[in-house]
Design a protein around this ligand. Sequence first.
Ligand code: FAD
Ligand code: NAG
Ligand code: NAG
Length: 279
Amino acid sequence: MPQIAVIGGGLVGLSTALCLLDSLPQCPVTIISEAFSPNTTGDVAAGCLIPHTYPDTPVQQQKEWFKETFDHLFKIAISPEASIAGVSLLSGFRSRGGMVQTQRVNNVWDLHGKYDIIVNCSGIGSRDLFGDTSLYPVKGQVVQVHAPWLTHFIRDGDGSTYIYPGRSSTTLGGTRQKHNWKLLPDEKTSKEILNRCSALEPSLQGSRVVQEKVGLRPVRSSIRLEKEMIVRNGHRLPVVHNYGHGGGGFSVHIGTAKAATRLVEELLNVLNDITKSKL
Ligand SMILES: Cc1cc2nc3c(=O)[nH]c(=O)nc-3n(C[C@H](O)[C@H](O)[C@H](O)COP(=O)(O)OP(=O)(O)OC[C@H]3O[C@@H](n4cnc5c(N)ncnc54)[C@H](O)[C@@H]3O)c2cc1C
Ligand SMILES: *[C@@H]1O[C@H](CO)[C@@H](O)[C@H](O)[C@H]1NC(C)=O
Ligand SMILES: *[C@@H]1O[C@H](CO)[C@@H](O)[C@H](O)[C@H]1NC(C)=O
């Protein structure tokens, strides 16, 4: 059976790996990732479904990904399991036979021979791993506070200031700092965020800070969703790329996971034909 490795255990990698298990139950799937939740970009995000534009991805395509994601999450939201949903995609992946390795991949060729197809969901990590210099980080900082009395979200016009009440804390944001790679929260920025949010919602003044968090949005002019056959010394390694979700990963992740899975299926057909022609 062809072995599939998914690089990246963030929102995009996990949703893609789960979709692969659904569509290709016969293929073993391993997620290889340096970090897992709670240390991924998605753990910083409030996770709001807002259409986010990727200038170089056809609008029709973006609408389809968004709709598939919305429909999927809405079905969960109105189901009896809604209150426990989304707690852990990772435990769901494991319980269904998916394998997980905590490890950094320095060179994709290290996986050659062990895996037949590589799925690249490494977010901003793709810049180094695949040399994609069109990808850059947009740093986002949030402050999580204890404010259980808030039940409605507030978002200012362009989304630079927002208050999202969540299950265990309320997320206050935010920032968009292009090309900033620093994963540490900045104290002055946190104060600024608290001031901006308190101006919108005065009851936040004096609320207890639970945690400050930083994430790097993997920004690109389009999401990269495509197959690539990389070749070295006559060896071939089929790769499916699924990265560059920028500030809108939550909003489209189910749609892009399905699209990546279809590309893996196409590659499997090619591998099958090669095997047959050798017999
Ligand atoms: C402050 C903030 C607010 C946001 N708000 C929203 C929102 O409201 N709505 C929305 O839709 N989106 C939002 N986003 C965007 C969303 O969070 C991202 O688009 C999404 O999380 C990206 O997911 P990912 O899986 O591609 O990346 P990541 O979560 O970064 O996952 C990449 C994974 O790959 C691993 N990796 C990378 N390189 C390697 C390597 N060489 N070897 C092994 N592993 C590697 C990393 O360890 C990581 O686990 C927000 C982002 C931020 C920062
Ligand atoms: C998340 O990061 C912290 C701090 O680096 C670390 O102690 C913890 O083990 C990490 N968690 C996971 C699941 O990787
Ligand atoms: C993922 O794609 C990016 C962009 O091409 C690249 O830099 C990175 O090396 C890729 N990762 C793997 C493991 O192939």
